[in-house]
Design a protein around this ligand. Sequence first.
Ligand code: ASP
Ligand code: MG
Length: 424
Amino acid sequence: MLVFKFGGASVKDAEGVINLAQIVKRYPKEKLLIVVSAMGKMTNKLEALTHAYLRGEEEVHQIFEEVKAYHFEILEKLFPDHQHPVFNDVANSFVEIDWLIEEEATDAPDYIYDQIVSIGEIVSTKIIAAYLNLAGANAKWLDARNFIQTDNNYQEGNVNWEKTEEEILQNLSPVLEHHIGVTQGFIGGTSENFTTTLGREGSDYSAAIFASCLNAESLTIWKDVPGVLNADPKWFDETERIPQLSYHDAIELAYYGATVIHPKTIKPIQNKNIPLYVRSFLQPEAEGTDITEAENQLPIPSFIFKVKQVLISIFPKDFSFIIEENLSDIFNLFHKHKVKINTMLNSAISFSVSIDEDAEKLQKLIEELSVHYKVKYNTGLELVTIRYYNQQTIDRVTVNKNILLEVKSRHTCQVVMKDQTVIS
Ligand code: ASP
Ligand code: MG
């Protein structure tokens, strides 16, 4: 049993869907489950639709028309026979949004969000399952909400592993004996059959849950990059593919913000020792990255770069030392405002953290921190995390930078810095 995950970029247009079918055809003898995200940037668009609806903005209808048009354009390219039942099937999925946005928004926003945004995955998988069948595969559309069981923490559903595993083993495994399963990433269902989502970019995590519960031989994530790279080509000119990565290193890289794999993906497959292959959907035969238990013998330094960082320094007003009591109070406030700390350092009389800049959250956090502490902050900064660093790698990334904070552990170095070439 193999589990494949295809993200939005891989199915952003008709050619992408055709390419997916060609990749699937390379595995005629294998049992397969295919987990797919919403097409292209449709989740962003559905998110915008939800926000417009919640604010009661007229624009909601315009956005909805664009979402529909995007999918029907793909359908028309893939299915020359416009009487094909998939056209109706997709139209019916959209009717659910139609009904919802006709009424005034009275339910909780995060509940509404999940009911609307999940349609992106529902529709993409309907199109892909139908196309695979047209292309001669024996595919079956499967509703992930019947398998991935979550609580009702909308927008960030917590998986009930016991129930999920039971559903998958009892009701999904048998279907995969005879069909290529096509199901959705990112979504789950509550015990009352309401739709939940697992957090943005959560399809990798879904695929890992399926792979783990099915005891799959491997999980392959098909991406638009040749594998896990040691840096994001958006920021670095010279990047290198990492051919082998341990689960541990993969978790570390994802945690520090490498966007190649969702951070929650590794644990479920590591528990079952299932290898994770990151492969290019553009060059399916190329090597990519294998993520397994094996520790890397020759670690390749990896760089994770984040911009728009804010460095906050917190001092007790009475200049008492930063002790446990202060820290627990400070951490509670970060937790309360849902602000993730990217790096931190404490000294005798101050505690410094770097966070992503989010003007609204920042203001509220600073206000509340300021009740008990003296707070200073600095915006427009950069954070670079180097895994397997040495002085040379640090020097390389800090040329022309003013270093504001440097934190080192045995394998990881983090530097918060300001670009000296930017005049602010
Ligand atoms: N479609 C969802 C998103 O864009 C889930 C995913 O792509 O992993 O966040
Ligand atoms: Mg996506």
